[in-house]
Structure formats: C-alpha cells, structure tokens
Design a binder for this molecule. Sequence first.
Ligand code: AMP
Length: 282
Amino acid sequence: MKAIKSIDDIRKRVKSLREDGKTIGFVPTMGALHEGHLSLFRLAQQHADEVVASIYVNPEQFAPGEDFEEYPRELDDDLAKCKEEGVAAVFAPSDNIMYSGRQYLSIEVDELNKYMDGGSRPGFFEGILLIVNKLFNIIEPDIAVFGQKDIQQFRILQQMVKEFNHDVQLVMGPIKRANDGLALSSRNAYLDAEQRKLAPGLYRSLQYVSKQIEEGAKNIQLLLDHQKSELEEKGFKIDYLNLFSFGTMAPVEEIEYDNKYLLAGAVYLGETRLIDNCIIEK
Ligand code: AMP
C-alpha cells in the first residue's frame, strides 16, 4: 500500500470511491499507529463503506519546546497496518502541501479552550481546528471518527462542525487500553521501564474517583486532592485532575442529575505527558 501525498490525488481517489457508490469514513491520525487507532478504523468501517485515514504530524498543534521533532514517525509500518485493516486510502501529505505558501488565516476557540489541554497548551486546539478543517474540506467524508482519549478535541470539533456547517457526522471511539489500564498512546514509547510501570496510576485514580461518585460521594474535590497527593508521591507531576462539564469543558464542583461530566487528568512522568478521562453520566 502506498501513501497518497498530494491533495489532487487523494481527491481523485475519494471521487472514484464515491463514483462506485461508497460512503466515506475518515480517521485522521498523526501515525505511529497502535490498537487505539486501529479500533477507530474498525468503528469507521461500521459506519461507512470505505475508510480513508490521514497520517500527518501537524506542526501547527505543537508549541515551541513540545515534542514535534521527537514525535515517532513510522510511515512504512503504519501503511502495513492500514492495509491489514482494509483502509481504502491513506493521505500522508508533507508540510509544504498542507501549509503551502503564506497562511493568512487562523481559527480561534473561545471558552471551550480555557481549561484542560486548552488551558495548558496554548495554540493546541487552534492548530487542530485548522488541520481538521483543511482535511474535512479535502476528503469531504460522510462520517469522521475521533477517540474519547482526546475528549476536549472531540467536543471542540463537534462545535466546529456545527458552527462551520461541515456536512459530516462525528463518531467517538472508546479508549483502548493496555492490559494494566494505561490508555494506548503513541507517546507511551517515550516512557522508560520504571515510568511505564507507574503510568497506569492515572487511570486507577480516575477509576477510583469515578466509582466513589457513582456510589454517591459528595465531596469530590477532597477525593481529587487525595488522589493528586498520592500520584505526586509516586512521582507524577500533575497538570490537572478535575471534574469538568462535558458541555462547557469548565471545572465543576458538584454533580447534578441529567448531566454529562468528565473526570479528566493530564500528568507528567519525566518529560512525557499522559492524558486520560472517564465520562460520568448522571
Ligand atoms: P493521534 O494520532 O494521537 O492524533 O490520534 C488520532 C486519533 O486516535 C484521535 O482521534 C485520538 O483520540 C485517537 N486515539 C488515540 N489514542 C487512542 C486510544 N488509546 N484509544 C482510542 N482512540 C485513540
């Protein structure tokens, strides 16, 4: 299987699939594909006749000092995995194709961007909106699948589809985990053996607090503070660990009925940033 590099060529490929009467499911990725990505391909296949994937490490969503240079790039392995999963086409453009010439436009995000990863990583979601907007205009898929692992991304893209009138249905895929509970991520490759052993601690903390909430615990901040201290003692550096409203992505103190919440965390082990979340519906 070969990667399609140019915008014209991927448009032609998608057009020919459409002429065969196929609906298109799209899964954007940054490559270094793992079971989490593959589960999204399979989910896309349940919602559409053919799957188109993109593999592109988008420079616009990395701030200076982040891991853009180090981010794993494994295109040949990725293409073999896509072939095995029956992906119909892989779009893997270069930077000068995706950002050809001077770029005069940008997209801003309002309050949905204030907390969680948006709060910690300035420019991150603006970069994601830019690239997904471009990719949606190039592929024009019927459905597009994104992972719950990046839940704020999903929420902000939902808003983009609504406000920019993209004719696409977004589907959210559940988080795929290693046997010990660690959410799969291309960045897990940065962890050394010791850090890898500690890493599922974040999920365990989220699970613990989520169970306490299910069982009616009221003082959620106290529970979270306790989990933060425990994680810090083990060697994690906490970026955030909190309860958020799914609608506004803002922190909430208390659970009300008939609402959707997120228990979400971002932590560092050494230089490696890990994120995870649980959805809580009351
Ligand atoms: P990335 O390559 O990290 O940009 O991720 C591409 C897509 O895969 C995004 O929609 C992610 O949310 C999703 N994804 C990443 N990790 C997982 C996972 N462990 N389980 C399911 N989906 C994931």
